[in-house]
Design a protein around this ligand. Structure first.
Ligand code: SF4
Length: 293
């Protein structure tokens, strides 16, 4: 069995950077309070818990003077202010690409633009971006949501409209929203704030799916980007299995396949990928055939 690895695979720059920052903070021996799970991967969270990580839902539960960690998605400035009032030591793991969106949203609102955010309104990254807007803002996830939004329904045309995007949105959708916005605004500014990490992983999976008989995608069961990678493979006709760790590999499914692709979501740590590849190699070995690329 030929085993081919997606390139790029696993943790994106922002998540890797945040986790490294967190590990450095944990090495000080103090409990570190993360506002929300620092990564969509239960095995990695478990490993960090053993080093002193405590995941809390929000800043309200962080004790006075504690060490608080901000994950790659970032938070609203009000959250930072509340932590500062508590005398917390803040370890900021906000991804620099998320920081760009926050900065653009602030600049646009300060310059009098109504800020249009393309994204998932329930996502913590979007909540953080919204917090940087000092004027008015609308969050939309599609062109129809934009056209049906209160601001459009009420005023029809907007004098100054500024469009930014959650980092993980698709370029095609941003272009469609921008096109719809052109006809609705007297003045329109568009910032392409999409990060390439998601697209690169999706392209790598599409390429692998075209040349293998099956694809294993490693990632947390609650990781949306891992689910998307699986869907891309299946939509292109390549059977795909999603696993969180090596223990979930299905030997029967692998049986008889001459080539297997391995991909991983942007929150999957290297050690879980290595472990899974070793397990696939062992299975292939038992079936009497293994080669790596
Ligand atoms: S997906 Fe992009 S924006 Fe999000 S954490 Fe990773 S590198 Fe940063």
């Amino acid at each position: 069995m030929k085993i081919l690895k997606a390139d790029p695979i696993g943790m994106c720059f922002g998540v890797r950077r945040a986790i490294e920052t967190l590990e450095k903070a944990l090495s000080g021996g103090k409990t570190v309070y993360a506002i929300g799970s620092p990564i969509h991967n239960p095995q990695e969270v478990e490993r960090l818990r053993a080093k002193g990580l405590l995941v809390v839902e929000n800043e309200e539960t962080v004790p006075e003077g504690a060490v608080a960690f901000i994950r790659a998605h970032g938070v609203a400035p009000a959250v930072i202010e509340r932590l500062e009032r508590k005398g917390a030591t803040i370890i900021d793991g906000t991804c620099p690409f998320v920081r760009v969106v926050q900065t653009r949203a602030r600049e646009l609102s300060d310059a009098g633009y109504h800020v249009l955010i393309l994204g998932d309104e329930k996502h913590p990254e979007v909540a953080g971006i919204l917090g940087y807007v000092r004027g008015s803002a609308t969050v939309i996830s599609s062109v129809s949501a934009f056209l049906n939004s209160t601001i459009i329904q009420k005023s029809g045309r907007i004098p100054k409209l500024g469009l930014v995007s959650q980092t993980t949105q698709q370029h095609r959708l941003l272009a469609e929203v921008a096109q719809a916005a052109v006809g609705r605004a007297d003045e329109l500014r568009v910032f392409n704030t999409i990060c390439h990490a998601t697209r690169e992983r999706q392209q790598a999976v599409a390429e692998l799916a075209a040349k293998t008989e099956g694809l294993i995608v490693i990632g947390g069961h609650d990781s949306a980007n891992t689910a998307k990678l699986c869907r891309i493979a299946r939509d292109s006709g390549c059977p795909a299995q999603r696993i969180e760790h090596a223990g979930e590999l299905d030997e029967t499914w692998l049986n008889g396949k001459k080539s297997i692709g391995v991909a991983a979501g942007a929150s999957t740590p290297d050690w879980l990928i290595d472990q899974s590849i070793r397990a696939i190699e062992e299975i292939a070995g038992r079936q009497g055939d293994v080669s790596n690329e």
